[in-house]
Write a protein that binds this ligand. Sequence first.
Ligand code: FVH
Length: 293
Amino acid sequence: TTRSTTPPTVSVIGLGAMGSALAAAFVDAGFVTTVWNRTAGRADALVVRGARAADDLTAAFAASDLVVVCVVNQDAARAVLDAAPASDGRIVANLTNGTPQEAASFAAAARDRGHTTLNGGIMAVPELIGGPQASVLYSGSREAYESTRDVLAVLGRPVHVSEDDGAAALYDLSLLAGMYGMLGGFFHAAALVRSAGHGVESFTEDLLVPWLSAMLGTLPGSARSIDRGDYSQTGSPLAMQVANDSIGEASIAQGVSAELYAPLHDLMQRRVDDGHGSEDMAGVVELLHPLGR
Ligand code: FVH
């Protein structure tokens, strides 16, 4: 069979909260959308919306040149792949969350079965899919990405990060790591403010959000230092920052656990102890992953 280079049809495998949102976006964009879920019944609302329900996984794969897999984890994605028919170049986009190693393993197994693969990292919750705040990271075949970009774009802004199969997963997890760090700081700040009997909401809106927004502007400079491994430029040397542990001491005095903040303080202290007290805090990255390793 001959396929066009721009697949006009798409199948979605897995109709949980996220898979259903992806399928709905494809349907709403006017694509012929075939759906399949392990447990029957979850396709009903999508069929009413305009999707076609496949009788089985084989039919779901056969229906489209682009097959999107979005299931609970990579073991489930692998189970789907193992049960699906082989092909001669069908594009399988695995948008299931997992590690770079799992993504690479899935991609290799998919290629063994004749598929072309993309791995994706969805940077959105289901409600945001199809809207301007959603983005989806892709890695794997650039050719496959280019040929499907217009279809994938209906889910959210598509970004191809690398041909390395695991790269989208690595970037996805890196973005989440950044988010969790920010949330950890927020939770500690909220606990401190609450310990004094003050409202967290007004503190957050009036003070914390503007403060963090200003600090966000320093990240590109820190990133440059990290890329170079040169932390000599700083107005806030580490030795000054750990000269006292006011945050830790105040937390204890207020009855607030400092367990979110303490590991970062310990790393900063280690950098000072290692002789980097005059340098910028970004050098902590060298303790997490030394440059050139
Ligand atoms: N929901 C979210 O906010 C996040 C946003 C970022 C990306 N994640 C990832 O998306 C993947 C799917 O997440 P989900 O929210 O759709 O998850 P559930 O609603 O729990 O649905 C899980 C679906 O997976 C199917 N499934 C489970 N095991 C298997 C299997 N062995 N074979 C085939 N399908 C399987 C399950 O089917 P069923 O239980 O209804 O039969 C659901 O369709 C995930 O990687 C998130 O990390 C979402």
